[in-house]
Design a protein around this ligand. Structure first.
Ligand SMILES: Nc1ncnc2c1ncn2[C@@H]1O[C@H](COP(=O)(O)OP(=O)(O)OP(=O)(O)O)[C@@H](O)[C@H]1O
Ligand SMILES: [Mg+2]
Length: 357
């Protein structure tokens, strides 16, 4: 039981420290700065300065001493009160020197010193623990980034059909346009305007195909985490072709409702896109097999005063209550082909951005 209690109190102290650590440390230092000079302040001694050191034996009180000195004719002494230590003459005899607080409260001082050392140790421990936690958090985040990249590659594999379709479409259009141009040339007629229009179509289709490849490469490339403000609407629009292609393959209607004003988000654009892909793929999986009318997935961006909310809705069966506790666990999946990493990666990425799933 004891170590458990100790761990709990350490944990509590650590939470307290993290919550208000700066003010607590400041208060602690201030208390000790006030306490140490207070207990060690030296009281000024009462001094009897005698030129021949003849003194009565029972000098107990200042008044008695003064009286004795006044009456004595033999005694040639001077009575001084409140001299600072360094001003006491060498041949003076010191009496009634009041003890310093340090001498007076020796036990308390020892206890206070022990408390001070324990507190100093505790604070050093907390600082160390905080640094250790930060390092661990960073290491976990870096590992998650690696995992997130691996998962993006897996997602790419799952999306291969949709991507191939996305690239095939403009390629097919280019081929038909090239055939049409061929026929026009073979006819011998001077139809330059039509040929120009065909060439413009070919150029546009080519750009569309290379854009799909460029976006896919950006999504799959192993890039270092890159934090900067980006437009969430724009990031979603970039993903639109891939999501639409997958929606077509699953025969699901995809409804994108972006925010009216461009919502800026500070973070890694690719990681947030990955969050959307994970949630959208889950939603499409959930919509699969439903009657036509319910095969719909809606992605919307909403925002209130201080929050930006990315919502992915489907009209599938929902999540069984008994699955809720494991939903975000790695490798928890109810799908025969599922890796069970989508939601766990999603949560890590969102939390790294200071958000909540
Ligand atoms: N929109 C949803 N509707 C119903 N159940 C869902 C939904 N999203 C997730 N789940 C449940 O949560 C589980 C975990 O999802 P997660 O995305 O982590 O893994 P997965 O989709 O099974 O596999 P993958 O790693 O390929 O994404 C799913 O297997 C499913 O049971
Ligand atoms: Mg998933």
């Amino acid at each position: 039981m004891m170590p458990c209690c100790a761990c709990r109190s350490f944990d509590f102290a650590s939470k307290l420290y993290r919550a208000k650590h700066r003010s607590i440390v400041r208060l602690w230092v201030a208390c000790w700065l006030l306490f140490v000079p207070a207990v060690s302040a030296e009281e000024k001694p009462c001094v009897l300065y005698s030129n021949h050191r003849l003194l009565p034996a029972n000098l107990e009180f200042e008044a008695d001493l003064r009286e004795t000195l006044a009456k004595s004719t033999e005694l040639n002494a001077e009575f001084l009160v409140g001299l600072p230590t360094d001003a006491i003459p060498d041949d003076a005899i010191v009496r009634f020197k009041s003890p310093t607080l340090l001498e007076q409260y020796a036990t308390e001082t020892v206890v206070a010193t022990v408390v001070f050392l324990v507190q100093a140790g505790l604070i050093a421990g907390l600082l160390f623990e905080r640094r250790h936690r930060r390092r661990m958090k960073l290491a976990v985040y870096q590992q998650c980034c690696e995992l997130a990249h691996a998962s993006r590659l897996a997602v790419a594999e799952a999306l291969t059909g949709a991507i191939a379709h996305e690239i095939n479409q403009p390629l097919g259009a280019i081929l038909s346009n090239a055939d049409a141009a061929d026929l026009l040339l073979a006819s011998g007629a001077d139809r330059r305007d039509e040929l120009r229009a065909i060439l413009a179509d070919i150029r546009q289709d080519d750009l569309r195909a290379s854009e799909v490849i460029r976006r896919l490469r950006a999504l799959l490339a192993k890039q270092p985490v890159d934090w900067h403000p980006f437009d969430l609407n724009e990031a979603i629009r970039e993903l639109e072709p891939v999501l639409r292609a997958e929606a077509r393959r699953c025969r699901v209607a995809l409804d994108l409702r972006l925010a009216a004003t461009a919502p800026l988000l500070l973070g890694d654009r690719i990681q947030i896109q990955q969050v959307l892909i994970n949630l959208a793929l889950n939603a499409m999986d959930a919509a699969n097999g439903l009657p036509e009318a319910r095969r719909a997935v809606a992605v919307s961006v909403e925002h209130d005063a201080d929050r930006l909310i990315l919502v992915v809705r489907d009209r599938g069966p929902g999540i069984a209550p008994e699955h809720l506790p494991q939903l975000f666990d790695s490798f928890f999946s109810t799908k025969s082909q599922g890796m069970g990493l989508g939601l766990s990666i999603t949560r890590t990425l969102v939390e790294a951005h200071g958000g909540r799933v």
